[in-house]
Structure formats: structure tokens, C-alpha cells
Design a protein around this ligand. Structure first.
Ligand code: XMP
Length: 516
């Protein structure tokens, strides 16, 4: 069965919430893909989506360089849902009028449903009001021929519109955000009621179809995969292994910068529960040698990234003819979208990036259609231990970028002990899975303290804990004082060489999650 047969196409006009639309649709077990608004009419015809969503966007339809889609898409007889900018664009391209609103609508608003079919099937009209979330400066003033208003808000007589005969609908609010309390109803009505999709995008089906695809592509060739200890590479390895068994070899490079016991449970799982081939390379000496005397964060990152590629390549060569590299690339990394304009390099991230070019390998990226929460679900479906699946993200350069200043064995030992305490306390209090990441950072300064009757002059540990949904933005976690107190007490009492703990209360931006 090809589960990608039935899909919804989302054309992205640059909204911050385009990815959210996709997630909300997939939560309903319907597969969807995001493409830039420039996606051609021919590509749409070839794709044969069951429905098209035009996303919101920051532009005004009257801007000189306003992003416009091919109006031919309204002639395809495929249902269309325009959201905010998308609804205004549809209005304009079909002959209606959009103007700057007298009063811009931002934030919560109340919706009165006028037509209780289509997008609002199952909801009530009359005195009932539904909370929605608006964010627009323009508004629809004149409807195109054949359209009528299906809902209104205080400032928008056309808060939702529908064609009376064709499957074309639009909303000026955002059904994808949580503040729109009827958002799920609206999206479900579109994908099931209007587009006629079936909810068949399940992880079980995904495993079946992806395993078949991998077998098909790989044939009898050999595949390698870098295991990092993280959930993405673990799930990739488990999935590829399910497809081609022994033809897959995984390589795990211990760079000496991992947390205490970081990969143990995962390795144990792979050794005990599967027959996955894992080569473990102990390269601690090499990496610590490379980092000797290095203080600059970017040089640290580059040295660690380069070292990884070098060692991985050496190991892979020993395996003989390898044709493919399996990699845990996720959907947010591949979306070709107008919202992802390139920016300045803040940090050079090190994953397995660079490997395929250096080693001339073809890629297998079985997770490239998935969001992080779907990867976790897939991991559970494949039987990976929960502990591995709900692990917090951990950066490729490891503790190397959590020790400010020079990375030495002694400083690694201090940070590891502090880090274990942070993790233990976060887990015991139930906060480990509530926050996005929580960890210790070793600072390059010493401060004065008093222990017993003695003066001390020792290291400072900073505690970092953040809440986030995608690591693009983050806020510091509002951890309870008693938890903070316990972590601080334990670190100062149990870790030799630390006499002070501070808590980082900066958000991202302007700070970043990691300190280097
Ligand atoms: P920043 O510090 O940029 O981190 O706010 C955002 C997220 O990315 C993780 N991170 C990395 N992940 N390789 C990775 O695989 C890296 O080089 C790297 N640097 C940062 C960080 O832990 C956070 O989740």
C-alpha cells in the first residue's frame, strides 16, 4: 500500500505557522506536504493532492512583490482552503477585493458561524460564539462571484467564506493555532468532509511502506549509519535494520565528550534486542588531543566535526564497498519554504552533515517526511525503549561546548558529575520530560566560597533549562525553587571543585540554548 497516495498539499506563503498546519493535519492521520507557493501547476497536477491549503503569510496581497500562486490552481477541481493571506489571495485572484482593515485584528476574537456546513459542520450558529485567533492587517471587502460569508467576527464580516457550488473555502483566522478553539474541527471538516480523505497515515503503515521502499532502493548493497545516541539516528538505524538486516552496519564514535552513561542504554538495547551490527570506536584520546588548548567555540565545533568525519570515514573504508549512508534528517530540515530564508551562521552545527559529499555516498533518509513527535511515535512502534525515545536533544559536539574555555579531562569530570545530578533531579521531579532540555554548563571562572571554616576558591556551574517546541525559540523553564535548591545543594556538596551554582534566566533569542 502506498500511504502517500492521499495527500494534502500546503502552499507556503511564508507564515510562521505553516509547519503547524502540517502537524495539525497529520495529527488527523492524513499525510500532507509543504511546498513553496511557487510550486508549479504541473507539479500540482502530477501530485494529485486531495486538497490544497494556501497558508498565511506576512505580505499584503497588494505589495509589489506579493507572493502569488498560479491562479490556475482554482480551476483544477481540487478543494482549496485559504488561510488568512491565503484566503485574501484567493479572493483577489477570483475577482474579489481586499483592503487595509480600519482596525487590524490581532489575537483572540469571537466567531459567529453563519453556515453550519462545510468548514463548520457540527458547530452551531445563532448566539453561540467560538474563540478564534486572528492576525491580519488586510481584510476581505468584496467577495468574488459565487462566494458567500460563512462566519463573521466583530471586525470581519467575511471571517470565513465559501463558494456556494465549488469546494473553495477560506478563513481569515488561523485554525492551526491552539488559541483557535475550533481549529481542529475546521481542519477536520476540510480534510475529511470537503476533501474526502481517509485517516490512514499511521506509523504502522509508515513502517510497512518505508521498509518496502528501502528494500527496493538498496537491493543487495551495503549501508552505513552513524549512531549518535540520539533518537533520530537510533530510529533510522532500527528502521533500516528492519528493512535490510545485516546489510546495515552502524558506527558509533565515542568522542569522549558524551554524558555519563549517555549511550549505554541504547547500545544495550541494540545488542540485546536486535542483531544490529554496531562498531564502537573509542576516539577519546584523539578528540581531547585535538581540543588541547582550544578556547574558541567555533574552532571547537569545527575540530570536533572534522574529527568525526575523519574517523567515520576510516572505519567505513574497512567495510569495503558501501553504497549508502542512512541519515536521520527530519522534515523541518528539508522543507523548501519561503519562511526559511538563510541567515547568518550563528554556530556551525555538527551532525553527520558533510559526510555524504566527502565519502561520495548516496543517502537514505527514511525520516525526511516526519516531524520530531512522529519520529518518537515511530520509535515506539519499532520497539525502542522509552528512555531512548524521550531523551532530550544533545548537541553533536557534546560536553565540549558546555565547558567554557579549555576542555580538559579534569573539567570534563567535574561537568559530568554535575550533569548527572541535574538529570537525576529533573527525572525524579518529573520535569525531565516537561522541559525541552536541561543541563549543566561549567564556567571558566572561579569564585570565593566558604566550606566548613575554610575559604574556597572554586568553579561555578550554570544550570540551563529551557522550554521550546522546535529549538528555534526557547524560554527558560520556570522550575520550582525547591528543585533548584536541591540541584544546587547536591552539586556543591557532591562535586569536588564547585562552590557555586547559578541559574540561567535568558530566553532564545537573544541568547541561544547552548552557551557556545
Ligand atoms: P542553540 O544553542 O543553537 O541550539 O540554541 C539549538 C538546539 O540545537 C542543539 N545543538 C546542536 N545539535 N549539533 C546538533 O546536533 C550541534 O552542533 C548542535 N549545537 C546545538 C542544542 O542542544 C539545541 O537543542
Amino acid at each position: 500500500m502506498n500511504i502517500h497516495n492521499e495527500k494534502i498539499l500546503i502552499l507556503d506563503f511564508g507564515s510562521q505557522t505553516t509547519q503547524l498546519i502540517a502537524r495539525r493535519i497529520r495529527e488527523q492521520k492524513v499525510y500532507c506536504e509543504i511546498h513553496p507557493y511557487t510550486f508549479s501547476l504541473d507539479s500540482i497536477k502530477e501530485m494529485q493532492p486531495k486538497g490544497i491549503v494556501l497558508s498565511g503569510g506576512p505580505a499584503s496581497v497588494y505589495d509589489e512583490d506579493a507572493p502569488l500562486s498560479d491562479p490556475g490552481l482554482f480551476e483544477l477541481d481540487i478543494p482549496v482552503l485559504g488561510i488568512c493571506y491565503g484566503a485574501q489571495l484567493m479572493t483577489l485572484q477570483l475577482g474579489g477585493k481586499v483592503e487595509k482593515a480600519q482596525k487590524r485584528e490581532f489575537g483572540k476574537s469571537d466567531l459567529e458561524v453563519l453556515f453550519t456546513g462545510g468548514l463548520f459542520a457540527g458547530l452551531e450558529s445563532g448566539t453561540c460564539r467560538y474563540q478564534i485567533w486572528m492576525s491580519h492587517g488586510d481584510r476581505i471587502e468584496v467577495l468574488p462571484a459565487g462566494f458567500e460569508s460563512s462566519a463573521q467576527s466583530e471586525h470581519s464580516p467575511y471571517a470565513a467564506i465559501r463558494h456556494t457550488e465549488k469546494n473553495m473555502v477560506g478563513v481569515q483566522f488561523h485554525p492551526e493555532v491552539a488559541h483557535t478553539l475550533i481549529g481542529t474541527d475546521v481542519l477536520r471538516n476540510f480534510i475529511f468532509g470537503i476533501c474526502g480523505c481517509d485517516p490512514n497515515w499511521t506509523m504502522h503503515n509508515f513502517v510497512e511502506s518505508t521498509v518496502a521502499e528501502i528494500r527496493n532502493k538498496v537491493g543487495a548493497e551495503k549501508v552505513i549509519c552513524a549512531l549518535s545516541g540520539g533518537v533520530d539516528s537510533a530510529v533510522t538505524a532500527a528502521l533500516v535494520h528492519k528493512a535490510i538486516g545485516d546489510q546495515l552496519t552502524c558506527i558509533y564514535v565515542n568522542n569522549g565528550l558524551m554524558r555519563t552513561g549517555e549511550t549505554k542504554s541504547l547500545m544495550r538495547f541494540f545488542q540485546d534486542k536486535t542483531h544490529l551490527n554496531v562498531i564502537q570506536v573509542d576516539a577519546e584520546e584523539y578528540f581531547l588531543g585535538e581540543l588541547d588548548g582550544v578556547v574558541d567555540p567555533e574552532i571547537k565545533r569545527k575540530k570536533i566535526g572534522y574529527g568525526f568525519i575523519k574517523i567515520f570515514e576510516e572505519e567505513a573504508k574497512k567495510l569495503g564497498d558501501v553504497k549508502y549512508l542512512a541519515q536521520g534528517t527530519l522534515y523541518p530540515d528539508v522543507i523548501e519554504s519561503v519562511s526559511f530564508r538563510g541567515g547568518a551562521v550563528i554556530k556551525s552545527h555538527h551532525n553527520v552533515g558533510g559526510l555524504p559529499e566527502v565519502m561520495k555516498l548516496d543517502l537514505i533518509e527514511p525520516l525526511r517526511d516526519l516531524f520530531k513527535d512522529e519520529v518518537r511515535e515511530l520509535g515506539l512502534e519499532l520497539g525502542l525503549p522509552e528512555e531512548a525515545i524521550y531523551r532530550q536533544p544533545f548537541p553533536g559536539p557534546g560536553l565540549g561546548i558546555r565547558i567554557m574555555g579549555e576542555v580538559t579531562r579534569d573539567r570534563l569530570a567535574i561537568l559530568r558529575q554535575a550533569d548527572v545530578i541535574v538529570l537525576e533531579e529533573m527525572k525524579n521531579s518529573g520535569y525531565y520530560r516537561k522541559v525541552w532540555q536541561s543541563f549543566a554548563v561549567l564556567l571558566p571562572i572561579q569564585t570565593v566560597g566558604v566550606m566548613g571554616d575554610e575559604r574556597t576558591y572554586e568553579n561555578v556551574i550554570a544550570l540551563r533549562s529551557v522550554d521550546s517546541v522546535d529549538a528555534m525559540t526557547a524560554d527558560w523553564s520556570k522550575l520550582p525553587y525547591d528543585l533548584l535548591g536541591r540541584i544546587s545543594n547536591r552539586i556543591i556538596n557532591e562535586v569536588r571543585g564547585v562552590n557555586r551554582v547559578v541559574f540561567d534566566v535568558s530566553s532564545k533569542p537573544p541568547s541561544t540554548i547552548e552557551w557556545e
